[in-house]
Design a protein around this ligand. Structure first.
Ligand code: BGP
Length: 480
């Protein structure tokens, strides 16, 4: 056997990804509590989603219905099994396990649900990769202690982690502590509501308060490090990662100042990963914060925790690259990604620019910088699609998007020799969009008959991309 990669490894994790609040629905069933996702209203393209203080009975919240996965998962998993996927990245909704986040005992019904789900995945030889917190924080924790603004949050989070690590011991070995942990600080106005769900901090009131943003990131990083140590103590087989949102920011022109700014953006985006992978909060970041008048609440013992709890693998979501400009007034309004438009790239109907090479760029960057196995935890395209009669939905643009990104991944594996262990396609099903709350922004390999006005039978049907992806998996990416 050669000591270099000539193709996808035999045990490559071909998979898909979903998140509880975007698919489960049943927000008030099974003893579930209210989460930060449950009070976010539907917003629409480019609009900041409205956040209520509590559930308003007159509003149709997207997370309340999801795609009814909570009731339909047995058939849904059957459909996935037919595609031959090797892993499913899914999140556990914290509020199904600890409805307010503060109980001393977990909710048995919530545990039973996830046991049944995970057991069924395993029976189909689909490895469950669990995201512990994917935009789903108990609302009570956000309202009573300010969620990740407060150091006390770490203990609540670790109690929840401990329950999961003990319960699913022997069934789950790959864990992700947070989805898009870096979203919290580096977010745009259009993505404020997402940030609220990441950190439980209401950015419509507190947006751009750098002290709070930096502090909450610090506590989330510390919680991650402690979760890694806890997971290893409970089962040395456990492998823990954390998901970053990665969108490479290219310099718009060749002015040295633009190149410098683009480097600074990148460094600023990666300091969280640096801390988690290198086991040390960077001194330069501490000094930069101090210069801006930001003093973090840190304790001496935190340093040892960072050092002891470094990640086993790194995960990132990749959808698009962006460009860095000196004049930020040229950045389009309402853009989800902070940055300008790249005139050389096409874009989706939602203005997300399509850049397969950016995936290869991101893989190279992460591989060289951290030298850890990499999981691509999300990648896919949102499109408006309509099913017509009983015909198989022909989603050729999705196939083209996926093919180009998988080819870029293959080049990263074979030409650049990066160490990537898996690819989780977002998503197997059409589901609720995280940034807009829309159903019509469809990502699935499987169509779900549900519309934004609530109509639809919820029936599932494969699109052409499903058969295409199944074939890629069968051939282990050989023909890409
Ligand atoms: C990521 C989130 C996902 C997902 C995806 C697509 O940032 O982790 O939850 O939804 O983006 O985004 P959207 O649904 O807003 O188009």
């Amino acid at each position: 056997m050669s000591d270099y990669q000539t193709s996808f490894p035999q045990d490559f994790l071909w998979g898909c990804a979903i998140a509880a609040h975007q698919c489960e629905g049943a927000w008030n069933e099974g003893g579930k509590g209210v989460s930060t996702a449950d009070i976010a209203r539907l917003g629409g393209i480019g609009k900041v989603r409205q956040l209520d203080d509590k559930v308003d009975p007159d509003v149709r919240y997207p997370s309340h219905t999801g795609i009814d996965f909570y009731h339909r998962w047995p058939q849904d998993i059957e459909m996935l099994a037919h595609l031959g996927i090797k892993c499913l990245r899914l999140s556990i909704d914290w509020t199904r396990i600890y409805p307010t986040g503060m109980e001393s005992k977990p909710n048995a019904e919530g545990l039973r649900y996830y046991h049944a789900l995970i057991d069924t995945l395993l029976a189909h030889k689909i490895e469950p990769i669990i995201t512990i917190s994917h935009f789903e924080i108990p609302l009570v924790l956000a309202q009573s202690i300010g969620a990740w603004k407060n150091r006390a949050m770490i203990d609540y989070y670790l109690r929840y982690c401990k329950t999961l690590f003990n319960e699913f011991h022997g069934k789950v070995t790959r864990w992700l502590t947070f989805n898009e942990i870096n979203h919290n600080e580096n977010t745009t106005e259009a993505a404020m509501a997402s940030a609220y769900r990441v950190s439980g901090i209401r950015y419509d009131q507190e947006y751009n308060i750098p002290q709070i943003a930096a502090q909450s990131s610090y506590y989330m990083m510390l919680a991650t490090a402690e979760a890694v140590s806890l997971a290893h103590a409970i089962d040395p087989q456990n492998q823990v990662g954390c998901v970053l949102a990665l969108h490479p920011s290219y310099a718009f022109d060749c002015q040295p100042e633009t190149a410098l700014k683009s480097l600074q953006c990148l460094e600023n985006d990666l300091y969280i990963a640096d801390t988690l992978c290198h086991g040390k909060f960077p001194d330069s970041k501490r000094r930069q914060l101090a210069k801006r008048g930001i003093q973090l609440d840190t304790k001496l013992e935190d340093d040892a925790k960072f050092q002891a709890g470094t990640l086993d693998f790194i995960a990132f979501n990749y959808y698009s690259s962006t460009v860095c400009m000196l004049d930020e007034s040229q950045y389009p309004q309402g853009n989800h990604f902070k940055g300008g438009k790249n005139p050389r790239l096409p874009e989706t109907e939602w203005g997300w620019q399509i850049d397969p090479t950016g995936l290869r760029y991101a893989l190279n960057l992460m591989d060289r910088r951290y030298q850890l196995p990499i999981l691509i935890s999300e990648n896919g395209i949102g499109m408006e699609e309509q099913l017509s009669g009983s015909e198989l939905l022909d989603d050729a643009p999705r196939i083209a998007y996926l093919k180009a990104h998988l080819q870029a991944l293959k080049q990263a594996l074979t030409e650049d020799q990066v160490h990537c262990i898996g690819y989780c396609l977002w998503s197997c099903f059409d589901l609720i969009s995280a940034t807009t709350g829309e159903m019509r922004k469809r990502y699935g390999l499987i169509y779900v008959d549900q519309n934004d006005d609530g109509s639809g039978t919820l029936q599932r049907s494969y699109k052409k991309s499903a058969a295409w992806y199944a074939q890629v998996i069968l051939e282990n990416g050989e023909l890409l």
